[in-house]
Design a protein around this ligand. Sequence first.
Ligand SMILES: NC(=O)c1ccc[n+]([C@@H]2O[C@H](COP(=O)([O-])OP(=O)(O)OC[C@H]3O[C@@H](n4cnc5c(N)ncnc54)[C@H](OP(=O)(O)O)[C@@H]3O)[C@@H](O)[C@H]2O)c1
Length: 245
Amino acid sequence: MSRPDGTVAFVTGATRGIGLAIVQQLAREGYFVVGSATTAEGAERLTQTLADKGLGVVMRLQDQGSIDGAFAAMANGPGTPLVLVNNAGITRDNVMLRMREEQWLDVIDTNVNGLYRVTKPALRSMLKARWGRIVNVSSVVARMGNPGQSNYVSSKAAIEGFTRSLAHELASRNITVNAVAPGFVDTDMTGELTDDQTAAMLARVPLGRMASPQDIASAVAFLAGDGAGYITGETLHVNGGLGMF
Ligand SMILES: NC(=O)c1ccc[n+]([C@@H]2O[C@H](COP(=O)([O-])OP(=O)(O)OC[C@H]3O[C@@H](n4cnc5c(N)ncnc54)[C@H](OP(=O)(O)O)[C@@H]3O)[C@@H](O)[C@H]2O)c1
């Protein structure tokens, strides 16, 4: 069964980096795209960027009220989403010995509890339509591990387990649930690395370059599209060969 006409796609964390590339790709592919920002200014910017192909809403993963508000805005506007891309995520890096409880809890609450808070309200309309696509953005480090990121790596490993469990639960309703695991992507998140750190990291990437946000958006759009209808519970690695598992 192919994508229903007028399908709304909801992408979290769409103001910049990977999320912005995803909303632009999905808009080009004919979805009506709703992207989230943490601020009203960010949401307004998205609405202007997407023009008649989508809009921005305010939503913070730690705040269920703001998530409910975003879903209400979709229900009262373009309609509830049949495609959900759980892209937003944060890092709070520190080695374990120095990691403050607040750093641990921030990442787990945002990246893992936030996944629960956003995905649950998205399910009703997908179950009713007997069609849906959920794509969760993980990371190569979920498999590789990474020093200084035990909180973030734990959250990404949880996302991949969540993906497989939900894929089992929803398969009979023709809803697929997959993950995309990027390697190093040229965004604000990696912009904090020093030149030496970037060079050391690139030396480990067989393709010899960082991913562009578009490289990741193409994989997400594939998993959301008709060509991926028989793929579920899978994690698609997009890492230039950094992790050949
Ligand atoms: N960059 C990489 O190398 C890389 C590698 C592997 C995986 N990833 C994953 O890819 C995803 C996107 O990464 P990115 O590099 O594009 O990130 P980014 O450039 O840091 O952008 C983060 C996005 O998430 C939003 N956001 C931040 N905190 C949020 C919160 N508490 N609630 C809701 N939205 C929030 C931001 O909105 P505002 O602009 O309003 O703050 C922004 O739109 C993340 O899940 C990340 O873990 C990234």
